[in-house]
Ligand binder design. Sequence first.
Ligand code: NIG
Ligand code: FE
Length: 421
Amino acid sequence: MIKILSGASQIITVDTHGTNVKRGNDLNDVGLLTGYAVVIEDEIIKDIIPESSVKNYTAEEIIDLKDKIILPGLIECHTHAAFAGSRANEFREKLKGTNYEEIDRLGGGINSTVNAVRNSAIDELIKIIFPRVEYFISQGVTTLEIKSGYGLDFENEIKLLKAINYLNDNFPIDIIPTFLGAHTFPREFKTDHDGYIKILTRELIPYISRNNVNGKLKKLAAFCDGYCELTAFSPEEITKIFSTAKKFNMDIRLHTDQFNSIGGIDAALNLGAVSVDHLEVIKNEDIVKLGTSDIVCVLLPGSSFFLNHKYAPARDLINNNAVVALSTDYNPGSSNISNLNLIMSLAALKMGMTIEETISAVTINAAKALKANQYCGSIEIGKIADLSIFDTCDYADILYNVGKNLTYMTIKNGDVVYISD
Ligand code: NIG
Ligand code: FE
């Protein structure tokens, strides 16, 4: 079936000329086209043609996008949307001046969400996460990553991953599950790190990487993630866990350099991680190392904003040729923000990124952080027809309207999956 998207004021293709990544100056080249239409055949982008040629095509459907713009479907590559409960009490404490690391030491933080998750049945979790996924789709998101990490024992990590897999099966967008058992040490293992690491490496990783779902062998998670920080895992502990993940053919990603720079970047580079996420306190020499690698630097300005903390040095990373992506880091403790438009505006206003750089960072480069950049993240012939349509004539409006959702339509695999009222 042929469908044509016609009449749009702008098409922001984020064309990569086949490289499927953007770095350095190239981040600013968002492939702006005016006077063009997008031809979709089934779930694939078949062609990008001048408006004058639309009449030559026999299409089953022509969608009129007058006064609208077309972007690639947005890729949300780092969320902790699979959580239960609320940490509004910590938010109050934070406003009085207690910082995030202190709250964690005082018994709040990640482990308080762990209690809420352990006390929720899988059906309840699915019900809680469901509207969060809908909200992302209403923002033009066509690929959404969700991490576990609030179960922190065998039963509850698997419960979270099964809930995320269920949502992937029941939503039209791609929901990518990531295993974050190495988020922090659960309370019962605070003084027995080796005991918990054994559960991760001997029980959870082997099970997740070859789980039998409905008679088919299927990984319960695409990635293994961890948190390298003084309050969580050391680089040596991360290396132990990730070496096992690699043995079981899982790709790895790492939260690092959020509050302390303790060697996480070297560990991630040595282990061949797909991304390093956070980087608020990254050292200059590490910026240079990242710039000469293909690893994706996922920057999370929402957590800097929410915690009143430093922003990651986006300009230095870009100037050093690093592959930079952006994400909400949506979670209940350090970034209770699920608005990707707001993140793009923060990246421009607080980290000095250009409007174009932020667009590349939530499309092709975010797709690379999920190893999905070969088939989505840009409007290029042959890629999957994942598109987001915004109700404006100028793409600058997306960031200029801070926190406002201008999404008109979300298209996934060639089908309209959301349209605003
Ligand atoms: O990415 N840094 C660790 N994990 C989350 C926060 C999780 C929480 O506080 O619940 C993050 O910022
Ligand atoms: Fe995170």
